[in-house]
Design a protein around this ligand. Sequence first.
Ligand SMILES: Cc1ncc(COP(=O)(O)O)c(C=O)c1O
Length: 416
Amino acid sequence: MEHKMKPESLMMSYGYKPEWSEGAIKCPIFQTSTFVFKNAEEGKAFFEVAYGLREKTEGEQLGLIYSRINNPDLEILENRLCLWDEAEDCAVFESGMSAITTVLLEFLKPGDLLLFSTPVYGGTEHFIRKILTQYGIHVVSFSVGQCEEEAIRLVESTGLAHKLALVYVETPANPTNALIDIECSKKIAQHFSTPERAVYLAVDNTYMGPLWQHPLKHGADLVLYSATKYIGGHSDVIAGACLGSAALISRVKVLRTFLGNMAGPWTGWLLLRSLETLKARMDIQAANAEKVAEFLNHHPKVEKVYYLGNITPAQTKAYAIKTKQCLSNGAMISFDVKGSENEAFRFLNALRLIKLAVSLGSTESLAEHPATMTHADVAPEEKSKLGITEKMIRLSIGVEHHADIIHDLQQALASV
Ligand SMILES: Cc1ncc(COP(=O)(O)O)c(C=O)c1O
């Protein structure tokens, strides 16, 4: 039987041949806006495929046309990203938000209904509630624990169940690490699907990155990433990605062509470079997070720790979801410090190694205050419902030596 290599072994070479580029071992940056056709017939054939005027013939590849449509750095990157999620195709974008908004715009039309989980990333929530609704799209949300009968009732109570077009979830939820069941979300979508009208499920998998959760295997139709996190992972690039079946990604790519929000070649090249160390970085980050959580769990100034590794079998539902869909406890930890905003701020201001910044999944450890930063515009009653307290700190654990991260946390907690 043919040996199947692991994605991490293929990240340095897959989809690129050195002979295409003077023997260069690395894929160069194709900093070009347009590509020269061999002849007019070739140009015509490429456009027919790119604009969906005809189906590809057996074995035909879309030729290079123009960097808003395709570019070698993006195509190789997309092919490599497919390996982690075992997806048929991928589209990369200049930001996570552009991947998310393009998917929402492609799969929702005026009059349609969107069902989404809360909490979701603040930018996503803003786009859904404040922008999509301006285009006649109706929205309804469900939260952790409301899967599946309750969510079905919520959809039915809108009177628009027949217009449900998309279910959108983010799990684990930011910043509480609360879990939404992907298979259950798929059941909601299937419940409202008809032979004429498929209801799709999209999952924002940013928090777990391409290694620790594979939503497509649990029934998701589309998986979304802020590739800024983990995939980029060095706090030096903003990017996004969407993966799924060839048929759905082809729809996403057509809209991307006309919105013009694809990633540029330089972004593509940076992500190709980052992907080479994705597994190594994420392994270290998860191992460090385990040690950090253990330290926080026993610290007298810490009231509560929100970490996937802390979910016990006694928390029956959450434990069952975690066991089913999470391949790691991840590298995101939130905790409530004893006290209030004052104590939280004293802790943040005392950090030395860990940087006080939003974002996550980077090589350096980061800390932030969700209530006044990433989740500042979540309504106060919603915040308390979701458990986003003023004493909560969110940590993204990096690749530093775990003893140094813990030492920094210890000295900062001492000043609280
Ligand atoms: C879960 C999640 N999804 C999407 C985004 C948006 O991604 P980007 O900032 O790359 O546009 C973020 C950014 O923080 C995020 O945390």
